[in-house]
Design a protein around this ligand. Structure first.
Ligand code: SF4
Length: 431
């Protein structure tokens, strides 16, 4: 039984609500899981996990949908070794990388992804990446990061990956120096959402813009002192820090979820780049109206329904804000694995009156809390959903919200629909 430690977090801005910090057991996928969406996004990258058979099984089952495609991820399995055997380990890793690169000439970025078995922790993957980089200089960019379950949850896996991409952008491949873009949108977005945002920024006259991660290794942006950054995902604490380290300014905005979130997110950039209010309204009026109409249709099904969030993706606060303010849902409990008060300041300011909000969360005490509340819907990790369903509590996998295109005006109705569908299904089953 884990003992929960309670404390009050006063790091947030003084206008924002205080958040209770609770420590304890968690049930969240590790950072390796982010490879599932990152490998789809960066189309000329390969993710080589240095790990155990458990890591291989996780990737196989989490990314099972890719079974018929040419895979761009694999696991180099390390057997149990003592420190004296680590030299062989490096040789083995070099051999696997040589073989992979000679078989797959299209690979432009090779990620060496660390994991948590003790043999891997003994192996210095950053050194391995530098050694391999000097051997394959000009041919492929080597990037090492950790997806270990000891250090990362599944969304923090993306944060670690992007942080290393930002850091490695300091060392250009082929000696090429790229111009820094005016605006970087940081955080993985589906291609369709990215194209919609690109069009809106073009119409607003903001640019050149770049997306991080880009669709190809060659297009990864490098920030400069004139660069502004808009985060598209709330879990990028270290990435934001790395971009600030390159002189970029990270803009404060709510996240582009729902009509309101998308509007305020774009407005933060428009204000920074001096776009007039008239032009902003001209560009956003039509998509905003479409988004409001689409959400309005779903609001009829969601109004007054009670929802609770268990800690999983770090999207909890933004989703709760959207569901409370635009869908009239009663948000009864929010637990998030971690929140960065600087990054979340605009979200928290929108909240005003807030329900019970907890950072971290002890699994048992959070589950007891949800059992006592008996909300209409609980947003939670996959491993927790089945037991809740067995107890007659409806659930929604939060990882689905990472895989689905949910950002921007044109996705606002679909986002609300992701919450109304399980409720409609439950109502049908009850009939
Ligand atoms: Fe399990 Fe650790 Fe491998 Fe993740 S990195 S699959 S938590 S052993």
């Amino acid at each position: 039984m884990t003992e929960a430690v309670l404390a009050t977090d006063n790091r947030a801005a003084s206008t924002a609500p205080a958040i209770t910090v609770e420590r304890g057991q968690r049930a969240v996928f590790c950072g390796l899981t982010s490879i599932v969406w990152l490998h789809r996004k960066i189309q000329d990258a390969f993710f080589l996990v240095v790990g155990s058979r458990t890591c291989a099984h996780l990737l196989q089952s989490a990314a099972g949908v890719m079974i018929f495609a040419e895979p761009r991820f694999a696991t180099a399995i390390l057997q149990d070794r003592d420190l004296a055997g680590m030299a062989d380990c490096h040789e083995e890793l070099d051999r696997v990388v040589e073989e992979l690169l000679s078989r797959r000439p299209e690979i432009k970025t090779l990620f060496l992804v660390g994991s948590c078995p003790s043999e891997v922790i003994k192996l210095d993957l950053n050194n391995a990446a530098s050694r391999l980089q000097s051997r394959h200089s000009g041919r492929v960019r080597m990037v090492a990061y950790s997806g270990s379950g000891i250090e990362t949850t599944f969304t923090q896996g993306e944060d670690k990956c992007l942080t290393e991409l930002v850091e490695s952008a300091r060392a250009p491949v082929n000696g090429s120096q790229k111009e820094s873009p005016a605006l970087i949108i940081a955080g993985t977005l589906s291609d369709i959402v990215e194209d919609q945002f690109q069009r809106l920024f073009d119409e607003l006259g903001i640019g050149p813009i770049a997306f991080l991660p880009a669709r190809s290794g060659d297009a990864m942006p490098r920030a400069g002192s004139n660069t502004r950054v808009l985060l598209a995902q709330p879990y990028l604490t270290e990435t934001a820090q790395a971009l600030r380290g390159q002189g970029a300014k990270v803009l404060n905005a709510p996240f582009p979820l729902g009509a309101e979130g998308s509007l305020l997110w774009l407005k933060a950039a428009a204000d920074e780049f001096g776009v007039s209010d008239e032009r902003f309204e001209e560009v956003t009026a039509a998509p905003l109206a479409r988004a409001r109409q689409a959400v309005g249709y779903q609001r009829e099904k969601l109004r007054g329904k009670r929802i609770a969030f268990l800690p999983d993706s770090q999207l909890e606060l933004s989703l709760a804000r959207f569901l409370a303010r635009e869908c009239d849902m009663n948000v009864e409990s929010i637990t998030t694995p971690f929140h960065d008060p600087q990054i979340m300041a605009s979200e928290l300011a929108l909240f005003g009156e807030h329900p019970d909000m907890i950072e971290g969360g002890d699994l048992e005490s959070r589950l007891d809390h949800v059992r006592a509340l008996r909300p209409d819907l609980t947003v939670c990790g996959m491993g927790i959903a089945n037991p809740l369903e067995a107890e007659g509590l409806r659930s929604k996998w939060s990882i689905e919200l990472i895989f689905s295109p949910i950002q921007g005006f044109d996705q606002a109705g679909d986002l609300a629909g992701l919450f109304s569908r399980p409720l409609a299904r439950a109502a049908q089953l009850e009939v």
